[in-house]
Design a protein around this ligand. Structure first.
Ligand code: NAD
Ligand code: TDX
Length: 355
């Protein structure tokens, strides 16, 4: 598979996973090309996630904008001679989708549609263009006590978030089938690691432990998630871009299932050691709260196809990954403060006021 990958458009590259991908390609994956990062900078995006991690020789460009702005995307594809779009941009938090689904439809469905239309125009003009769509295992619904999601699992999304991601997955496949647009797709399990916005389970629990705040466990705490270190996800996407045929889908996961309550106990132990806190005092913060409406019981990915066919392996074991993550939050109080207060918006105002 030889796909031109010298000029990338990354969408949502100021978010948690998109920024990990950009840091990875420049720092570890030997990428010598150029990246344009298109991000709307919603509450979840922070361009500071990339400061010091991207080259300052013109190979990295940040563009503040919306994937739904098709004219902007078409201009970026042409101006930067983009060969490949790596599409992370999304509204990503299930709870927010339950209380306000509209933005999810707007960005995840209509935004992906606009991006596909811009790629279709470029493809129709005879220019090489590939789109990789980053999706989630949540499109497959909820598992019982056993079994795994594989690439053949029937779609059964059950939250507004997962329904919007499922719709976008279907659109991507439809464009590959109908217009012969070159596409690939990945469905990944729960990611964790540095720069994770503190509304999601792991960073929220770490920061609440440090602040002595309640640790809110939804329902009975027995729901299961399959956790993968974010850098392993970034590497899986890079492998797919380099090796996978068009119109293929890949499941990515950590073979690392945890019940939420067990995970919380593990986190408490790590925070107690790393931050010098009393483990019994931290345990007292555990608070059972009303369950998430429609809360999916169990997710678990069968990643054997990407392991077998593309040679991918998760390199981080959970024990060391979670220690690294806790240490990162302890070492980056400024980032935490900025994310909590939205202060990075003023960084944006100062740096991008002219745009
Ligand atoms: P995130 O919420 O941390 O980041 C999303 C980024 O997209 C932000 O920088 C935000 O500013 C940007 N964005 C949002 N709307 C935009 C728009 N209309 N135009 C341009 N930019 C926009 O999300 P994340 O956790 O990094 O997830 C990235 C992708 O991976 C998403 O598509 C998500 O569905 C998928 N995914 C996430 C996980 C996970 O565990 N976090 C697991 C599997 C798949
Ligand atoms: O305060 C909490 N208490 C709690 O018990 C929070 C925020 C979550 N939970 C539970 C709900 C889930 O069972 O923890 C589990 C993980 O919750 P989230 O971190 O919100 O992740 P999840 O809903 O599983 O979705 C995540 O993984 C798949 C990402 O947010 C999605 O973008 C990704 O597609």
């Amino acid at each position: 598979m030889t796909r031109p990958l010298d000029h990338l458009l990354v969408t949502g590259g100021a978010g948690f996973i998109g920024s990990a991908f950009i840091r990875a390609v420049f720092r570890r994956l030997g990428f010598a090309g150029r990246v344009v990062n298109l991000d709307k900078l919603t509450y979840a995006g922070n361009p500071a996630n990339l400061i010091g991690h991207v080259p300052d020789d013109g190979r990295y460009t940040f563009v503040h904008g919306d994937i739904g702005d098709q004219a902007l995307v078409e201009r970026l594809l042409a101006e930067h001679d983009i060969q490949c779009v790596v599409h992370f941009a999304a509204e990503s938090h299930v709870d927010r989708s339950i209380y306000g689904p509209k933005e999810f439809l707007q960005t995840n469905v209509m935004g992906t549609f606009s991006l596909l239309e811009a790629c279709r125009a470029r493809h129709a003009a005879g220019k090489p263009i590939h789109l990789h769509h980053v999706s989630t295992d949540e499109v497959f619904g909820s598992l019982g006590d056993d079994g795994f999601f594989d690439e053949e699992t029937r779609y059964d999304p059950r939250s507004p978030y997962s329904a919007s991601k499922a719709a976008s997955d279907h659109l991507v496949r439809a464009y590959a089938h109908t217009y012969h647009l070159s596409t690939t797709l990945s469905n990944c399990s729960n990611n964790y690691g540095p720069y994770h916005f503190p509304e999601k389970l792991i960073p929220l629990m770490i920061l609440n432990c440090l602040d002595g705040k309640p640790l809110p466990v939804y329902g009975d705490g027995q729901n299961i998630r399959d956790w993968l270190y974010v850098d392993d996800h970034a590497e899986a996407i890079w492998l797919i871009l380099n090796k996978a045929a068009s119109d293929t889908s890949w499941n990515v996961g950590g073979r690392n299932e945890w019940k939420n309550l067990d995970l919380l106990h593990k986190l408490i132990e790590v925070v107690a050691v790393e931050a010098g806190r009393d483990v019994r005092e931290l345990r007292k913060l555990i608070t059972f709260v009303k369950d998430r409406p429609g809360h999916d019981r169990r997710y678990a990915i069968d990643a054997s196809r990407i392991e077998r066919e593309l040679g991918w392996r998760a390199r981080h074991d959970f024990g060391s990954g979670i220690v690294e993550t806790v240490r990162w939050y302890l070492q980056n109080p400024r980032w935490v403060q900025d994310m909590k207060s939205g202060a990075y918006k003023s960084w944006l105002d100062t740096n991008y006021a002219a745009r």
